[in-house]
Design a protein around this ligand. Structure first.
Ligand SMILES: *[C@@H]1O[C@H](CO)[C@@H](O)[C@H](O)[C@H]1NC(C)=O
Ligand SMILES: *[C@@H]1O[C@H](CO)[C@@H](O)[C@H](O)[C@H]1NC(C)=O
Ligand SMILES: *[C@@H]1O[C@H](CO)[C@@H](O)[C@H](O)[C@H]1NC(C)=O
Ligand SMILES: *[C@@H]1O[C@H](CO)[C@@H](O)[C@H](O)[C@H]1NC(C)=O
Ligand SMILES: *[C@@H]1O[C@H](CO)[C@@H](O)[C@H](O)[C@H]1NC(C)=O
Ligand SMILES: *[C@@H]1O[C@H](CO)[C@@H](O)[C@H](O)[C@H]1NC(C)=O
Ligand SMILES: *[C@@H]1O[C@H](CO)[C@@H](O)[C@H](O)[C@H]1NC(C)=O
Ligand SMILES: *[C@@H]1O[C@H](CO)[C@@H](O)[C@H](O)[C@H]1NC(C)=O
Ligand SMILES: *[C@@H]1O[C@H](CO)[C@@H](O)[C@H](O)[C@H]1NC(C)=O
Ligand SMILES: *[C@@H]1O[C@H](CO)[C@@H](O)[C@H](O)[C@H]1NC(C)=O
Length: 522
């Protein structure tokens, strides 16, 4: 009898409708480690994660990361995980904007405590009191939930997701670059890729052929731009490549064979990874510059979403100096993206060329790589990017001519058109580390010439008032604290070349956490 009842139990287990998606072994390790951290950030009474963003840790709650966490809960599906995920989905959609006439229609709250956008005390300010990209971020995540975990959530929740995505798509169609303060051009790569798939997928699932056609047409615009230089306009971006790759994975996995997204997604993923591999130095564990946008300068010290992809593909030893805890680094909140990378890791792995996997593990050979990229309407000329990589030193620069300082992001703090990285020896107080300096742009145009060990920067529109401002890494703990000249910078020898027209004596300022003579940049 005992034997028989055991058999019955076994049969019951086998009858489970489906399994969580398969993750790569590396992704599994990353996933469970991050979920343990997110469990601590989760407020089960509110049903939201706390808003975690150094230095504003754990105050109000946050919407987008909570939806990412819901995906992780469904993947893990232990105890009450699924019940919590369903509650999150319902609450986030309940707070979605319902006024069809508002510019932010179909968008989600940034955080649930915020007043109603457009009410007297909460004026609508794009990318501030409301964020149009949240439609893409949350929309793509709801699609993943529907596709991967539809079997765990009830039919009514699936319907609710479709209804939410429908409103989301209508609202997103109000976005036109250059109109009403919006900047969604096809060259704004990561939200463009998300818009295309949310629109096309929702059109398919809601049987709205007009919406399907709108998604296909927008995707085609993005593809045409990609095809000019086999790259996204947002080129060499340690954080946003990750968002774009996630969106393109959805293009490849969930769109039908008749869609241009399904047809082009895998090739675009492979092209992005091929470029990434060329510019990546596995010894320094850093993507060499220049970067169109970045939120830090040393990938061992901040969470770039591409580090999460590298972790999922080749393992923990190859990111964050092998040991740094992601939640201790700056931009730790970007680690909240981990459930999305993990859930799609097995499928995504199938799109990554094997040569790139090798480049993520070890530095292969000294090389100079040259690429072009183009970002209309902000680029007046195609950009020419050139980077020299050796195992312990790498130098990259961007020749550009743009309408605004900072280019498409219009943000001079995240545009890094010239970047140098080098290996620094261990000190008694710190393991071997990476030093860097990057140009903080002040001009709308620049010419960069790169050669082994050389960086040549020229301002074609410059004059005697022009300045070159470089952000330089602090010396490692145990190294010199007071830097009084180029000779004090740890681990590298810098000389000003003959024929240069700059003042060879730099002005030095320290931008500290608590005071100094300049303001922090990233
Ligand atoms: C699941 O939720 C129920 C009802 O809210 C509660 O009684 C139970 O303790 C929870 N179980 C776990 C493992 O959290
Ligand atoms: C979608 O928008 C319509 C029109 O405002 C609204 O009635 C409906 O409740 C919205 N649906 C969701 C899920 O927010
Ligand atoms: C809906 O939005 C429009 C445009 O912002 C605004 O004029 C109108 O008052 C809003 N309606 C409600 C009920 O809030
Ligand atoms: C779309 O059409 C299909 C096939 O006709 C049907 O099964 C499905 O329920 C429809 N979906 C919606 C949201 O109307
Ligand atoms: C068709 O879709 C586009 C983009 O989503 C939208 O702007 C337009 O209003 C839709 N037209 C109809 C008739 O539904
Ligand atoms: C890159 O695109 C530009 C057009 O924007 C084109 O002129 C150039 O030839 C392309 N370069 C390569 C290497 O494909
Ligand atoms: C930038 O491009 C514009 C348009 O082609 C051109 O007129 C201008 O001279 C260029 N600026 C520089 C500094 O090369
Ligand atoms: C980049 O190189 C192309 C030639 O390949 C040139 O036409 C273009 O002006 C260059 N861009 C810049 C900003 O110098
Ligand atoms: C640096 O580049 C400028 C033009 O971009 C060129 O005139 C100059 O000769 C270069 N200098 C060196 C040392 O290569
Ligand atoms: C350099 O150019 C800037 C901007 O065009 C101008 O304000 C400044 O006076 C110029 N300085 C010199 C020394 O010519």
């Amino acid at each position: 009898m005992l034997f028989k009842s055991l058999l019955t139990v076994a049969a019951g287990l086998l009858a489970l409708p489906a399994q969580a998606t398969r993750m790569t072994q590396h992704a599994k390790n990353m996933f469970y480690e991050e979920m343990t951290f997110l469990d601590n950030l989760y407020d089960p009474v509110a049903g939201y994660l706390y808003y975690f963003y150094y230095p504003l840790a754990a105050g109000p709650h946050e919407t987008r990361s909570t939806v990412w966490y819901a995906t992780g809960l469904l993947q893990r599906n232990e105890g009450n995980d699924t019940a919590h995920a369903v509650r999150i989905i319902k609450d986030v959609i309940a707070n979605q904007e319902k006024n069809v006439s508002a510019q932010w229609f179909g968008d989600y709250t940034v955080y649930p405590e915020q007043p109603t956008v457009g009410s007297p005390s909460y004026v609508p300010v794009i990318y501030n009191s409301w964020d149009p990209n949240w439609r893409g971020f949350i929309g793509t995540t709801l699609i993943m939930i529907y596709e991967e975990f539809g079997y765990l959530i009830r039919e009514d929740v699936q319907q609710l997701i479709l209804e939410s995505l429908y409103n989301n798509t209508i609202g997103d169609s109000y976005r036109v670059g250059g109109v009403d303060g919006d900047n969604l051009y096809p060259s704004y790569s990561n939200p463009s890729l998300m818009r295309a798939v949310v629109t096309g997928w929702t059109g398919n699932h809601c049987n709205d052929s007009n919406m399907t056609a709108a998604g296909e047409a927008y995707a085609q615009e993005v593809i045409d731009l990609f095809n000019l230089n086999d790259t996204l306009s947002e080129f060499n971006v340690p954080t946003y490549y990750g968002v774009s790759l996630n969106a393109l994975t959805l293009w490849a996995k969930y769109m039908p064979a008749s869609s241009v997204m399904n047809q082009n997604g895998p090739r675009m993923v492979a092209d992005i990874w091929t470029a990434f591999g060329q510019f990546y130095n596995a010894k320094l564990q850093n993507l060499a510059g220049p970067w169109d946008r970045s939120y830090g300068y040393d990938m061992n010290k901040y969470v770039a979403i591409m580090s999460l992809y590298i972790w999922s593909l080749v393992g923990r030893d190859h990111v964050f100096s092998g040991t740094e805890k992601p939640w201790l680094l700056t931009h730790a909140d970007d680690g909240e993206f981990i459930p999305l990378v993990a859930v799609l890791s097995e499928f995504h792995r199938s799109l990554v060329p094997d040569t790139v996997i090798d480049q993520l593990k070890s530095f292969s050979e000294e090389r100079t790589v040259s690429r072009q990229a183009y970002t209309p309407p902000f680029d007046l000329e195609v950009r020419n990017i050139s980077t020299w990589l050796s195992s312990d030193l790498q130098i990259g620069g961007d020749s550009y001519n743009q309408t605004v300082v900072g280019g498409a992001s219009q943000d001079s703090t995240s545009f890094s058109p010239a970047v140098v990285h080098w290996l620094r020896a261990a000190t008694p107080l710190q393991d071997a580390s990476v030093g860097y300096f990057t140009l903080h742009p002040s001009e709308k145009s620049m010419q960069a010439r790169i050669a082994p060990n050389q960086l040549n920067l020229t301002y074609p529109a410059g004059n005697a008032s022009s300045i070159f401002t470089f952000v330089v890494a602090s010396n490692p703990l145990g190294g010199k604290r007071d830097v009084t000249g180029l000779g004090d910078i740890d681990g590298v020898t810098i000389t000003i070349g003959d024929g240069s027209t700059v003042n060879p004596e730099p002005t030095i300022a320290f931008c500290g956490l608590v005071g100094g003579t300049c303001s922090l940049i990233q």
